[in-house]
Design a protein around this ligand. Structure first.
Ligand SMILES: [Zn+2]
Length: 235
């Protein structure tokens, strides 16, 4: 399966051929649907058949071999025919918000010291948990640091390194709870120029300015060392 979102996160749709249809969902030979992973939710959208029917996709998940995406249809949907051509189209407004939020969480990693112990990306609100014993976090200072990095419009790009190169630089891994996508001998890094560099398989915007203004929501204590920082779009 060709994972087109890996090369171009801005692709909203693609032509594809239905490879398999089953209880769990539909597999295509190529897709623009990002499957849930790394804290980023799976895409929703639709499959359009040649005869003009629209089949609702409510979620996308990784298949067993992890290089595979399963498109989960809404209950009672009629599956497309195996071998037929469809247009696969993501709900772009939702996906673009998730991309902006995901990139913003990378900026938050750069602003807050401490290992990341968890996170969740949402359309309206996202959060990251940090292992931060005895630290007072200043909401306003955090927000203005983030908004400065956003306004500075740093470029965001991916690059690949080998498993050996990653093993030689363990400090690249900020997230203890999310394993970087590896195993195929190479690892995808997300590079926010001059700000943050870490392994990530998610979809991202091209420049930090696309994120737009954000504000810090609640900062919660989750356990003795765990600080949960919530982020919202501001306006
Ligand atoms: Zn990421």
């Amino acid at each position: 399966m060709e994972l087109l979102f890996r090369e171009d996160a801005y692709l909203k749709d693609c032509e594809a051929t239905v490879v398999s249809v089953g209880e769990e969902g539909v597999r295509l030979d190529r897709t623009v649907f990002y499957p849930m992973g790394g804290g980023q939710p799976g895409d929703s959208g639709r499959l359009k058949t040649a005869s003009g029917e629209e089949i609702r996709v409510v979620d996308a998940r990784k298949g067993e071999n992890h290089e595979d995406v399963v498109h989960i249809l809404e209950p009672d949907a009629v599956s497309p025919e195996i071998g037929s051509k469809v247009t696969a189209e993501v709900d772009w407004d939702r996906r673009y918000r998730l991309m902006r939020m995901h990139s913003c969480l990378h900026l938050l990693c750069a602003v807050v010291t401490g290992d990341v112990t968890g996170g969740q990306i949402g359309e309206e609100k996202s959060r990251l948990d940090f292992n931060l014993p005895d630290t007072q976090l200043d909401k306003e200072a955090l927000a203005s640091e983030l908004n400065r990095l956003i306004t500075e419009n740093h470029s965001v790009a991916e690059r690949w390194i080998t498993d050996e190169e990653l093993a030689a630089s363990p400090d690249l891994v900020r997230t203890m709870s999310v394993k970087p996508p590896s195993g195929s001998g190479k690892v995808r890094l997300l590079d926010i120029a001059g700000v943050d560099l870490q392994p990530c398989g998610g979809t991202h915007i091209r420049e930090t300015g696309e994120i737009g203004r954000v504000r810090i929501g609640k900062i919660e204590n989750k356990g003795r060392q765990n600080r949960r920082i919530n982020i919202h779009f501001d306006g």
